[in-house]
Structure formats: C-alpha cells, structure tokens
Design a protein around this ligand. Structure first.
Ligand code: UDP
Ligand code: MG
Length: 313
C-alpha cells in the first residue's frame, strides 16, 4: 500500500460521500494503490451510516474506526494512524476544504525529494475575521517564545508524511494531544507548501472560540513549562516591590514625620497580590491537572467498531 488517507469525521454525514468521490477523481490514474481510513469521532448525525455505505461499496479500500463518543480530532488522527497501512500517510479533513489533488502533489514531493519526510500545507490566506487572526498571531508568537519546539504560523494538520513519522507520532502517548506541537516535536525535515482553504462543502465548523482557546491553552501547557517560571518571576517581582515600598514608607515616617494614609494602598495591594496568587495557583493547577489525567493512563480513544477489509467479506 502506497498511501493512506486518514480522515477524522465529526458530524460530516453530508460530506463523506462527496469527499470520497473527490478522492477517487483526484487519484484516478495515479498508478499506485491507496486506502482511506475514516474515523467516526462520535458523530450524532448519519455519518456512520454513510461511512458503512462507503465501506461496503467496492470503489476503493476503506477502513472505518468508530468511537464510542466524541474524543476530538486529535484522538481521531491517532486512531487513524494506528490503522493506516500505507508507506505514506496523509491527514486530511472530510469537509473538502482541503482538496485531495493537493495530496497527490504532496506524494510527488515525497517521491522526488527523499530529503523531506513531511509535506505540510499552510494556509496562505484564510478568510477569518480580524479578531481571530489577531488572537492566532498572539498565540503563535507566545508559544514560540516559551516553548523549545517552534511552530509555523498557520500550518495546518493537512500533511503527508512517511511511515517513520507516523510511528514517531504514535510513540507519543500523551492524553492531551496538540498535534501542531507533536508534529514540531518529532522533528524530521518538513517541506511547507501554501494552499488556500476552500469553503466547507456542507455543515459548519466544529471549532467555537471557546474550543480554540482551550486548544491554545493545551498547546502552551503541553509544550512549555515557561508559565510555571512566570509564577516565580511574578512572586519575586511583587516581593521586591513590596520591599521598596516598605523602605519608602519608613523614610517618609522617620525623615518627614508623615503619617502615611494607608487604606487605599492596602486595598490595592491586597487585590493585586490576591489576584496574582490566584493566577499562579490556577497556572500550577493546569499542570497538576494534566499530570493527574496522564497518571490515570486512560486510552486516547475507545472504539466500539472497526471496519477493516476482512469485515467486508
Ligand atoms: N473533527 C473531528 N472531531 C471533532 C471536531 C472536528 O473529527 O471533535 C473533524 C471534522 O469532521 C473535520 C476536521 O476534523 O473533518 C476539521 O474540522 P472543522 O472543519 O470543523 O475545522 P476547521 O476546518 O474549521 O478548522
Ligand atoms: Mg473544515
């Protein structure tokens, strides 16, 4: 098997059939064999029924992993990689925002340029609002400053890579999976190619602002311990300022004999220090929480059904 297309699907009933035809069209006459590995990430619409149909049809080799509930796209990618048998593996969305034709170009790059192990597409222009773009820019500059792994802005999960890369990704068993960070962490030579995301074929995006924010926090906490050091710095800074202030107050009292009116200062200081302490406790809590979840060693996903080639016969 030359190529496996890993396709996480969450409520994509209206898209999967169109996606598969687009793949068949794009790969017609490619001269190598390929398979599609769909992961039904606990969809609540008819996605699984649609996938069953695609699996039963003889169009091309299809595998389907069906989760017991929604575990998130990252877990979907993990399950898909486990099932993928190809020498090259491609991660692509089911909503046709990422054209399968581009995968063919990616395969060509891997064929022709052995130096590269990953071909990653980044969005050269994304029709997003200014606010979201602003937050995304902040996120990338923040995480790149704090973490040892460097992320490329706007690089998506839309990638094609060699089998060795997939093995490396699977060897990272972390529960909170931040795939952009994982891809950067495993290393390998990456060739970045620009692409323009098309409009979603049907349905709506599964990423609300809250989900994106949580994802960004996962990324920062998962790939950097710098925020913990921030707590130390903040503590040091406030203690130092308090000391300076104390000296000032003593000088005022002794040298000038002024009774320092303290009420407002005390309130401000209490609020400031209290806020900072809460912030730092919360920060430490984020790490403790993740350590707690990881220590439970829960599986990254649970599948209630896996349709392979054998299950068709
Ligand atoms: N997806 C998934 N599980 C989720 C959310 C999304 O498997 O919990 C899939 C979704 O079906 C799609 C891909 O991940 O194939 C990208 O999702 P979406 O199109 O909503 O994200 P966007 O393109 O807006 O970033
Ligand atoms: Mg999409």
């Amino acid at each position: 098997m030359k190529l496996s297309l890993v396709v996480p699907c969450y409520n994509e009933a209206e898209n999967v059939a169109a996606f598969q035809s687009a793949v068949l069209n794009a790969f017609a006459g490619c001269g190598y064999d390929y398979e599609i590995v769909y992961v039904n990430d606990g969809s609540r619409d008819g996605t699984m029924a649609a996938l069953r149909k695609l699996h039963a049809a003889q169009d091309c080799p299809v595998k389907v992993v069906s989760f017991t509930r929604n575990f998130g796209k990252e877990s979907g990618i993990y399950a898909g990689l486990q099932q993928a048998a190809g020498d090259y593996i491609s991660v692509i969305d089911a909503d046709l925002q990422q054209r399968p034709e581009i995968v063919r170009d990616m395969v060509k790059i891997l064929d022709e340029q052995p130096a590269y192990d990953i071909v990653a597409a980044y969005q050269d222009r994304r029709g997003e609002g200014k606010v979201l773009t602003f937050f995304k820019t902040c996120f990338y500059s923040l995480i790149n400053k704090m973490s040892t792994v460097k992320l490329r802005a706007n690089a998506s999960d839309f990638r094609t890579f060699r089998r060795c890369v997939a093995e490396s990704i699977l060897s990272l068993g972390e529960y909170h999976r931040f795939s952009k960070g994982i891809f950067a962490w495993v290393g390998y030579e990456t060739c970045f190619i620009p692409y323009t995301a098309c409009e979603r074929a049907a349905g709506t995006t599964k990423w609300s602002f809250r989900k994106l924010l949580n994802y960004a926090i996962d990324g920062i906490i998962g790939f950097s311990t710098a925020p913990l050091r921030l707590a130390t710095y903040l503590g040091f800074l406030s203690a130092f300022s308090a000391l300076i202030y104390l000296i000032l107050v003593i000088i005022q009292k002794l040298a000038c004999g002024i009774d320092v009116p303290g009420y407002a200062t005390i309130i401000v200081l209490i609020l400031f220090l209290g806020g900072m302490q809460l912030f730092c406790t919360g920060l430490i809590g984020e790490y403790v929480g993740r350590a707690f979840e990881q220590s439970k060693k829960r599986p990254i996903y649970l599948a209630k059904e896996i349709l392979t080639y054998e299950s068709k016969k």
